[in-house]
Design a protein around this ligand. Structure first.
Ligand SMILES: Nc1ncnc2c1ncn2[C@@H]1O[C@H](COP(=O)(O)OP(=O)(O)OP(=O)(O)O)[C@@H](O)[C@H]1O
Ligand SMILES: [Mg+2]
Length: 246
């Protein structure tokens, strides 16, 4: 099963959620693959993968085999990215089957329970490739008023992809991240989403926690870096909810 982690806004916890939901599932005995579709390369970097010469970019160009690109970290498999992915995006602009490149690659993967795709903060051709290759979408979101505007845009993009490229696609839910439960504002945003959108909101909320932001400097998931922290516990709870949903 393939899940795209999407939000065209920057810094909404996509990469953090991809790594830590993945790691939480790995701890439950699931076989997990994480794919970085962001030219920023934060996913690999956050897991201590640096200077890899073959990445998702070379895979998409057809210049590398899967076995050259996959790196193992914390019991998970990872396909890292690099800035070259930005060039791939440009070269896809008028290529044939441009929306299906990632899907064709991921179809060669066998033996994984869950493949998570960490998307860039845009609704670009890279994100469209991720959406075309996935069954589910997970949307990490800050519970702020400005996030709501973004939600309309995601809805439109999902509807288009579903109609013309991938009828199977469905939204697993919106994951509220960095939620300060004492703030009234977030609850207004919650209410707005519940009354205006069909998207499910996860019951699990990810609290702001400094451990989550420290873990990448150590090249580790927060589950490994700081077991028992609020962040580790929140993502473990999310993995339980995730397993019930899928
Ligand atoms: N629960 C949390 N508490 C505190 N800091 C967090 C939490 N989750 C993520 N962060 C920090 O917030 C920043 C943004 O998170 P992250 O990189 O996961 O977002 P992103 O959506 O992937 O960003 P981008 O759009 O740039 O790819 C990072 O510095 C991360 O360490
Ligand atoms: Mg990211």
């Amino acid at each position: 099963m393939t899940i795209a982690v999407v939000n065209q806004k920057g810094g909404t916890g996509k990469t953090t959620s991809t790594i830590n939901l993945g790691k939480s599932l790995e701890e439950k005995g699931k076989r997990v693959m994480l794919v970085d579709m962001d030219p920023q390369g934060s996913l690999g970097y956050s897991l201590g993968i640096v200077d890899k010469d073959k990445t998702i970019a070379e895979l998409l160009y057809g210049e590398a085999d899967l076995s050259e690109v996959i790196v193992s970290r914390e019991g998970m498999d990872v396909i890292p990215s690099s800035v070259t992915l930005a060039d791939v995006e440009l070269s896809l602009v008028d290529a044939e089957n441009r929306e299906f490149r990632l899907k064709e690659i991921l179809e060669q993967l066998t033996g994984y329970d869950y493949i998570f795709i960490d998307c860039p903060p845009s609704l670009s051709m890279l994100t469209v490739n991720a959406l075309t290759a996935s069954q589910y979408v997970l949307i990490p979101m800050l519970m702020e008023v400005l996030s709501l505007q973004g939600l309309d845009l995601i809805s439109e993009t999902l509807a288009k992809v579903k109609k013309s490229l991938n009828p199977e696609l469905s939204v697993l839910g919106i994951l509220p991240v960095m939620v300060d439960r004492r703030r009234k504002l977030s609850s207004e945003v919650f209410d707005h989403i519940q009354s205006n959108y069909d998207f499910k909101l996860f019951d699990t909320q990810i609290r702001p926690n400094v451990r989550a932001s420290e873990a990448p400097s150590f090249g580790q998931s927060v589950i490994t870096y700081s077991p028992g922290s609020n962040s580790a516990n929140d993502y473990l709870e999310l993995s339980e909810e995730f397993l019930k949903l899928v």
